[in-house]
Design a protein around this ligand. Structure first.
Ligand code: CU
Length: 99
């Protein structure tokens, strides 16, 4: 009987562990475009905390994955964006101006 209870407990823990895996929604972070380098495909953004990258607010340069995004925003624009570390480089994967 004890053995059965223990096995049941382990099964429950296994299920809980599986469901605790993060769903990873794409969090968007507020920022402001400080500089755009179309040749290099990079952008400097003053950004709020990037939770998924465990990074506090700062101003830094990002690689921009979608080069066309460099034409959709301009210096001084308030933006919402998502960044990931891709190939060792902090990369903007999604960005949109805040109206
Ligand atoms: Cu940063």
């Amino acid at each position: 009987m004890m053995r059965l209870v223990r096995m049941a407990a382990i099964a429950v823990l296994a299920v809980l562990g599986a469901s605790a895996a993060p769903a990873q929604p794409m969090e968007m972070t507020e920022g402001e475009v400080r500089r755009i380098d179309k040749e290099q495909g990079k952008m400097s953004i003053r950004h709020g905390p990037l939770v998924n990258l465990d990074m506090p607010a700062m101003t830094m340069v990002f690689v921009v994955q979608d080069r066309e995004a460099l034409d959709r925003v301009k210096v001084g624009d308030k933006v919402r964006f998502h960044a990931d570390k891709i190939g060792g480089q902090y990369t903007v994967t999604k960005i949109e101006p805040v109206p």
